[in-house]
Design a protein around this ligand. Sequence first.
Ligand SMILES: *Cc1c(COP(=O)(O)O)cnc(C)c1O
Length: 388
Amino acid sequence: MKLAARVNQVSPSLTLAISAKAKEMKASGIDVCSFSAGEPDFPTPQHVCDAAKKALDEGKTKYGAVAGELALREAIANKLKTFNKLDYSAQNIIVTNGGKFSLYNLMQTLVEEGDEVIIPAPFWLSYPQMVKLAGGTPIVVDTKADTNYKITPEQLQAVITPRTKLFILNSPSNPTGTVYSPSEIRALAKLVVDNDILVVSDEIYENILYDDAEHLSIGAVSPEVFQRTILCNGFAKSYSMTGWRIGYTAASEEIIGAMGKIQSHSTSNVCTFAQYGAIAALNESQECVQTMLKAFTERREYICQAINNIEQLSCPRPDGAFYVFVDISKTGKKSLDFCSTLLESEQVAAIPGIAFGADDCIRMSYATDMETIKKGIARLERFVSSLG
Ligand SMILES: *Cc1c(COP(=O)(O)O)cnc(C)c1O
């Protein structure tokens, strides 16, 4: 049997593979400290679960509109107006199977053979794969710790060509925790307009911000950039709803209509009663978001200091999300080797930076309890010193 050629163009998700391996080891009784998870370690807030249960009892168990329940699209539009200063209506929104399918569907909708998509590295590992699956060419731009892993306007301008279709912006960033300041967002927005390209803004970590970090949606900068912005977001990270699979895209009616076409032949609507949980998440108290943020804040303080106290390791202080991106170059090891030896010898799971386009780094998630963090860091320190 011959598989389609496109399968060979992509690699499987390394983060999902390592998380699965760590879970498997745990299940077989091994004491694993896992920093691999890309999901909050809190249960989904009770009022969200209650709303979904109520919808289930009320018989919201049938096919729904492909683009999502109108009440949810209205709640999203309202949230985007209030919190992000973006003037969208329900017609500008499509609810998708997680933020991931928002991005996948969007690439299928916009990108074709010959199109270039600019992706700053370190990147969320699915971006380049999704671009390739759509037949496009990922243009990866390396950023370094000394610019806090941010693409500069000069770097962006230098890679824009007549074939540039999209620029993918992810702030706060997975894997680095970087947050672009409002003035940095404005500078990038100017280039988007001047060069007449589109920007995809993946804002899934917008609520997880530390100290005085501020999130500015790039579409809110000006009407000119708003027209060229496609916003992707979801409920997974803000509301600890990773398994619910609810995300959304906001864009022009033309793009949303086209995505609806693709969606009508792929996933159809997102699980109907789950969408009622998402409505409750947006319309009811936001205290749950703050409770999680408070825990992340304490852990970030601890993990960041502890890593930087280990002689051969360093990481910038993340301004958002729940990851530290640790430079391991002084250990002389590459990321895959580092992570697999660390898992074998100390039962500590972390994600090799090569998955995100940075082979001299590893990603450690602190979406796990303080006890695991303390124990895991002690093991990491022992591991690094054993490398000599
Ligand atoms: C988690 C994540 C997503 C989407 O997650 P879903 O579970 O599909 O909603 C999108 N972008 C980034 C950067 C993420 O970390």
